[in-house]
Design a protein around this ligand. Structure first.
Ligand SMILES: [Zn+2]
Ligand SMILES: [Zn+2]
Length: 309
C-alpha cells in the first residue's frame, strides 16, 4: 500500500532555479505571449519554450470561471503553485509518526453511513475526500471533481507484519539478538586483537549496496547460538506462511522450544536496534527505521482510490 514513501527534492522555486538567466533578461521573457494549450490559464504570461508558463509576477490570476484549461476534455482549475525542478528522489518507509502527520483523520469505526450521511471517524469520513456531488470535501473544501482525496489513518491495537516486508523483517531478525537487539558477532576486539567476526562484519557493513549488508551478515550471524552481549540463546527463524516461527535448542522460563514470533515481539526487537546499528544493517534511520517494517498505524486510502467491491 502506501507504506513506501517517495520524497521528491525540488529547487525551492522556478524563479530561484532560473535566477542566473533572469538576471540576464533571457529572450523568452521578451514579448511573446503564451501559445500553449493552456493559453486561457496564463493571460498576461510570457511564452517560455519547453516548459509550462508562469503568470507574470504581480499579475492577478484569472477569475475561476475563465481559468479552467482544457486538455483531453479534462478541466483544471487555475493554480498559483510554481513549477519546480526535481533534483533528487528518495525512497523510504513511512513511519507511524509521518503517517499520522500526513493523515486528515483517525478512523475509529468500520461503519460507513448513517441516515445516508457519512459517519465522522468512519471509513467514509467526509475529511477523506468528496465523492458525493452534493457534498464538498471537509479537508480541502473542493467538490468531487477537484478534490484529490486525502489519506486517513487507523491506529492498530496490536502491531502486525507487513506482508511486503516479511522477508526483510526475517533477515534482520536473524542478524540481531532475540533478547537485546545487538548485532550478532559484533563483539568488541580484546587487547587490540581483531576478532575474525569483527573483520567479516566490517566487510559486510562496507558493502556499497545497503540491501546486500544483512545478507552478508547472515553468513556468520546464523552460526551464533548465543549473544555476545547478553549471552541469551538465539533461535533459528523460519517463515511460516504469513508468520515467523522461532525454534530454540531448549525451552527456558522466557520461551518455549518452538514458538511463533508475534509481531509485537518482532517490533520490540527491531525497535531496540540502535540508529548506528541500523545504518550498518543497511537502513538509513532518517528514512527507514527497521521497526517501521512492522505496522502499528495503518494508512487508510481515500475512497477515490479504493477498489470497487
Ligand atoms: Zn479534499
Ligand atoms: Zn543479546
Amino acid at each position: 500500500m502506501s507504506v513506501i514513501i517517495l520524497t521528491v527534492h525540488t529547487s525551492s522555486t522556478l524563479g530561484q532555479s532560473n535566477r542566473g538567466s533572469r538576471e540576464k533578461t533571457p529572450s523568452w521573457a521578451a514579448t511573446r505571449l503564451c501559445e500553449s494549450p493552456y493559453e486561457p490559464l496564463c493571460a498576461g504570461a510570457r511564452w517560455r519554450p519547453a516548459t509550462a508558463c508562469l503568470p507574470v509576477q504581480g499579475a492577478a490570476p484569472p477569475a475561476a470561471s475563465e481559468s479552467a484549461a482544457t486538455m483531453s476534455g479534462v478541466s483544471f482549475r487555475y493554480s498559483e503553485a510554481g513549477v519546480r525542478k526535481v533534483r533528487r528522489v528518495q525512497f523510504g518507509i513511512l513511519g507511524p509518526e509521518e503517517l499520522k502527520a500526513s493523515s486528515v483523520c483517525n478512523i475509529v469505526t468500520d461503519r460507513t453511513f448513517e441516515n445516508g450521511k457519512p459517519i465522522p471517524g468512519g471509513l467514509m469520513d467526509p475529511a477523506l475526500g468528496a465523492i458525493d456531488r452534493l457534498l464538498n470535501c471537509a479537508s480541502c473544501g473542493m467538490d468531487s471533481s477537484e478534490c484529490p482525496g486525502h489519506f486517513g489513518h487507523l491506529e492498530l491495537t496490536k502491531p502486525m507484519y507487513h506482508v511486503s516486508f516479511l522477508n526483510t523483517t526475517l533477515k534482520v531478525l536473524r542478524c540481531v539478538c532475540f533478547s537485546c537487539s545487538a548485532i550478532l558477532g559484533d563483539q568488541p576486539a580484546e587487547d587490540g586483537k581483531a576478532n575474525p567476526d569483527g573483520v567479516r562484519l566490517a566487510a559486510a557493513t562496507r558493502k556499497k549496496n545497503p540491501a546486500q549488508r544483512p545478507r552478508a551478515m547472515l553468513d556468520f550471524a546464523k552460526t551464533k547460538k548465543t549473544c555476545w552481549s547478553c549471552s541469551a540463546p538465539q533461535p533459528n527463524f523460519k517463515r511460516d506462511g504469513l508468520t515467523i516461527a522461532a525454534e530454540f535448542k531448549e525451552s527456558t522460563d522466557d520461551h518455549e522450544r518452538k514458538m511463533e514470533v508475534q509481531p509485537e515481539r518482532a517490533h520490540s526487537i527491531l525497535k531496540g536496534i540502535t540508529d548506528s546499528d541500523a545504518l550498518r544493517l543497511g537502513f538509513n534511520p532518517i528514512y527507514a527505521r527497521p521497526e517501521w517494517m512492522v505496522l502499528t498505524v495503518l494508512p487508510i486510502p481515500p475512497p477515490h482510490v479504493r477498489p470497487a467491491v
